[in-house]
Structure formats: C-alpha cells, structure tokens
Design a protein around this ligand. Structure first.
Ligand code: ZN
Ligand code: ZN
Length: 94
C-alpha cells in the first residue's frame, strides 16, 4: 500500500496493492457504475466507503491520461501525481 499526496484535493490518497486483473476490473467498473465501483473497492480493501471513494476519484478513465479533464496530460507512472497539475492519478487501466 502506498500513500500519495494530491495537489487537487490536498489529501493523501491511499492506493492498495492488488493483483493486475483486480485493478483493471475496478478501474473499468468506475465509468460504468460509480456506486458499484466504490462498494467493490471497499470490499476488496476492507476500507470504508469514504476511503474507497477517495481512491476511485483518482482513477484515469483514458489509459495513460490525467483524469483531470482540462489537464489531460500524459502520465509516466501507473500511480503518482500528474507532472502538470499535481493531481494523483491511479492509472490501472493500462
Ligand atoms: Zn485528488
Ligand atoms: Zn493533470
């Protein structure tokens, strides 16, 4: 598990260590059904819904691209802050 500071929400985002297949499943579910994704994250991690939501809100929806719409900078790391806006991205779709 790692924690990364986000410049957007000014919070520490906790990112669990999960199997690749699980990561893709959760990240792909997010744009389809946010509530279901949040509940699934909470179940898999054992976290409360608030913590699960915080992680979920940092998922990319386009692989390799910052989730903050006006920014849309290309990302280097799978998990880390965007080089331009500083928002944490969890790029589990790639
Ligand atoms: Zn944030
Ligand atoms: Zn960005």
């Amino acid at each position: 598990m790692q924690s990364v500071r986000c410049r957007g929400c000014r919070d520490w985002v906790r990112v669990p260590d999960l199997e690749p297949a699980e990561r893709v499943r959760l990240a792909a579910l997010y744009p389809e059904d946010r509530m279901a994704a949040m509940r699934e994250i909470a179940q898999v991690t054992g976290w409360d819904l608030r913590e699960a939501k915080r992680l979920m809100l940092h998922f990319t929806t386009t692989p390799g691209v910052c989730h903050f719409d006006p920014c849309a900078t290309k990302l280097q790391a799978v998990v880390g802050p965007c080089a331009v806006c500083g928002r944490v991205n969890v790029d589990w779709l790639r």
